[in-house]
Design a protein around this ligand. Structure first.
Ligand code: ATP
Ligand code: MN
Length: 550
């Protein structure tokens, strides 16, 4: 059959060159499978459309579906217990142990499955923009969609870098289309996402959610950066002022709090939207792309992200109109967690390479408080900054699920509990030291509810949150007059340009004061219980900076 495959030279195994030996040694059956290494975006489109049910959207993005799993599976994540890393790791429900032998069984299962495919996709790229601290990552996957996803999310090598790639530092075997065997020791489901720091490998079985690969690399960086390089990895976005005034801001926050949305700012250059390292010399992005939420996306409110959805971008689990292939961003029938993955240069203000050669001036901790208790903005002392970082508060809002009427509080330490590998106190200590050295201001911003909790109040309008961030950046907020917000003892400004001043103090916009007091005390109690889980390893002075119950 005269197929297209025979025309593209990169698709023939002998063009793997020096890499050929690696693939045969790793157990890949090169007589059977076709390895497509760093294939062009167009090829990945064609294959995903022919074999995986993908379609092209009206703006040229590739619409893909991840199957049954439309989010990460933290309960199925495992870390291999082995002598080189075991003493560093924060073992427990976040980092669940797996033995080396089980890892070998699953790794073999993944490779066996990949050997049954006609095409196996390989993407070689980098994680970490600073050449001093970057690692070489190899992704091996059965779906073209997964290769394109990592092509967008990792840092794409130049042709020279690819030709001289050499041994990767870390390898992902993604056989997510194939399940784990539930009779394999330690398997609690058909999904398994496992990391081995001795082999420096990751195996994925039984989930096709592409975000597992992205966050898997993040976990690796949360191990390697502090342990090997002495640098601090953070779940944050980052941007920088343009021109001479080149101050840097980091935005910490859990999923849905606004890292991606707020870091895309027409007045500032984007360093990155999700994963960074605060190094001795500045801040660098770990990734080469962004992974934005698409739910209710609009061109008016988030033009940078909306316009990044074009040829080369991947839309995940987004419903489209078959008549015109226009995505329907309001449709949640597949999932609320609809996403778009695009290379960072699709954002017009992105700074390439994604490195800021200076220390951050402002640290913004984002929270989406569905109780409407926390102020839209407060200034934190260094101890309060450590406290809130360790507590890692946000809330999940009631979605369209039946019966869920109450917001559910989430405390996810370091604003990224599922991805941390060491004890939270290690990251918190490094953060406090760096903030002190950089003399950075720290702000807590509530992008969540105001004027009442979920159901009675409303989410803080994006334009007000943006005005608050503008006031941080133009220096006016630091000079504002402050008053004390009780119980949490937070310093809150009396006025911010472009924001109605009554919303700055939550009590003033709650119609029912008793209800406000009740929610305030309730949330403070939740903070105390959450924090007590970590306090044993952390300076007692930090605990004093938390809320105090009346
Ligand atoms: P993840 O870690 O999952 O990538 P994220 O922190 O990047 O999450 P965003 O993708 O920025 O979160 O999601 C914030 C969502 O909340 C967006 O859909 C945004 O439109 C919406 N939103 C509504 N009001 C606000 C506000 N005041 N500030 C920020 N975002 C808001
Ligand atoms: Mn994001």
């Amino acid at each position: 059959m005269p197929s297209r495959q025979h025309h593209d030279e990169f698709e023939t195994n002998q063009f793997l060159g020096k890499e050929l030996q690696y693939f045969s040694q790793a157990g890949f059956d090169l007589d059977r499978i076709h390895i497509k290494r760093n294939a062009p975006v167009a090829t990945l489109y064609e294959d995903a459309i022919m074999n995986e049910g993908a379609v092209i959207s009206s703006s040229g993005a590739l619409i893909n579906f991840s199957g049954k799993k439309t989010g990460r599976s933290p309960k199925d994540k495992r870390i291999v217990y082995e002598e080189t890393s075991k003493d560093h790791i924060w073992w427990g429900p976040v980092n669940i142990k797996m033995d080396e032998h089980t890892f070998e069984i699953n790794r073999e299962r993944a490779i066996d499955y990949l050997n049954t495919r006609e095409n196996v996709y390989v993407f070689d790229g980098f994680a970490g923009w600073d050449p001093k601290y970057r690692i070489k990552v190899r992704v091996i996957a059965s779906r073209a969609y997964h290769a394109l996803f990592m092509h967008n999310m990792l840092i794409r090598p130049t042709p020279e870098e690819l030709a001289n790639f050499g041994q990767p530092d870390f390898i992902i075997y993604n056989a997510g289309q194939f399940p784990a065997n539930r009779f394999t020791a330690g398997m609690t489901s058909t999904t398994s996402v496992e990391v081995n720091f001795k082999r420096m490998e990751m195996v994925i079985l039984g989930t096709e959610y592409a975000g597992e690969m992205k966050k898997g690399i993040f976990s690796v960086m949360h191990y390697l950066q502090p342990v090997k390089f002495g640098q601090l990895s953070l779940h944050s976005s980052a941007n920088q002022a343009m021109g001479d005034k080149d101050d840097v801001t980091l935005f910490f926050g859990l999923s849905g709090t606004g890292k991606t949305t707020l870091s895309a700012d027409p007045h500032r250059v984007l360093i990155g939207d999700d994963e960074h390292v605060w190094s001795d010399t500045g801040v660098f992005n770990i990734e080469g792309g962004c992974y934005a939420k698409c739910i209710n996306l609009s061109a008016e409110k988030e033009p940078e992200i909306f316009n990044a959805i074009r040829f080369g971008s991947i839309l995940e689990n987004v419903v489209y109109n078959p008549a015109d292939r226009k995505p329907d961003y309001d449709d949640v029938s597949i999932t609320e967690n609809t996403r778009c993955a695009y290379p960072i240069e699709f954002i017009p203000n992105a700074k390439i390479p994604c490195i800021a050669d200076r220390q951050p001036s402002n640290i913004v901790m984002l929270t989406c408080d569905a109780y409407g208790v926390l102020p839209p903005v407060s200034r934190l002392t260094p101890e309060q900054a450590s406290y809130h970082f360790v507590a890692g508060y946000t809330s999940k809002t009631p979605g369209t699920e039946m019966g869920i009427v109450e917001p559910s509080p989430t405390f996810s330490t370091c604003y990224g509990q599922p991805f941390i590998i060491l004890h939270p106190g290690v990251y918190a200590k490094m953060l406090a030291e760096r903030m002190q050295r950089a003399n950075a201001n720290c702000w807590l911003i509530n992008t969540g509810w105001t004027g009442g909790k979920f159901g009675t109040g409303k989410r803080c309008p994006l334009k007000y949150t943006r005005a608050i961030i503008d006031a941080i950046h133009d220096g006016s907020l630091a000079k504002a007059e402050f008053e004390t917000f009780p119980t949490f003892n937070l310093a809150i400004p009396k006025a911010v340009n472009g924001v109605p001043s009554e919303i700055l103090h939550p009590a003033r916009v709650w119609p029912d004061q008793d209800a406000f007091q009740f929610e305030l005390q309730k949330l403070a109690g939740m903070f105390q219980r959450a924090y007590s889980k970590y306090e044993a390893n952390i300076d007692p002075a930090i605990k004093q900076a938390g809320p105090v119950l009346a």
